[in-house]
Each structure stands twice: as structure tokens, then as C-alpha cells.
Design a protein around this ligand. Structure first.
Ligand SMILES: [Zn+2]
Length: 76
């Protein structure tokens, strides 16, 4: 698999996923992703993307200013 932006190689790496919803900022740490070694573009697998979406929807309703969680602790 090559990067569609620059055709660079991907490496598997844990990244921090940040969502800024104006009222709430959600930071999900240690999310497994593929990161392009050339341009830094990040891609998530479908399974990971779906879990992220689920988490964001859940945290949105908490009405907290900032939420910081660890992906690996949430997805066992
Ligand atoms: Zn790239």
C-alpha cells in the first residue's frame, strides 16, 4: 500500500487523534494508524475509523470541555 498523496511508504504507528467540536475537544491517544514516511498523511483502518466515530459520538454527549482517553484502554 502506497500513499495516494505522494506515493510514499507507510509505517504502522500509534498516533493521537484530536477532534475539535468547538465546545468539546476530544483527544484519543495511541490510535493505531498508518503514517506516510514522506508527507505524514495518516490513514486509519476501517475498524479503527468506526471505533473512533463511535467514541466521538459518545463523548460529544458528555458536555465536557475536554476529553482525553486512550484508544487501547477503550477498545479491548
Ligand atoms: Zn505521503
Amino acid at each position: 500500500m502506497k500513499c495516494f498523496m505522494c506515493n510514499g511508504d507507510f509505517i504502522e504507528k500509534d498516533v493521537n487523534y484530536v477532534v475539535d467540536l468547538e465546545k468539546t475537544i476530544i483527544i484519543i491517544k495511541s490510535v493505531p494508524a498508518r503514517v506516510c514516511t514522506q508527507c505524514g498523511e495518516k490513514f486509519f483502518d476501517d475498524v479503527v475509523a468506526r471505533s473512533l466515530e463511535k467514541m466521538v459520538n459518545q463523548f460529544k454527549e458528555l458536555n465536557t470541555e475536554i476529553v482525553i482517553v486512550n484508544y487501547k484502554e477503550k477498545v479491548a
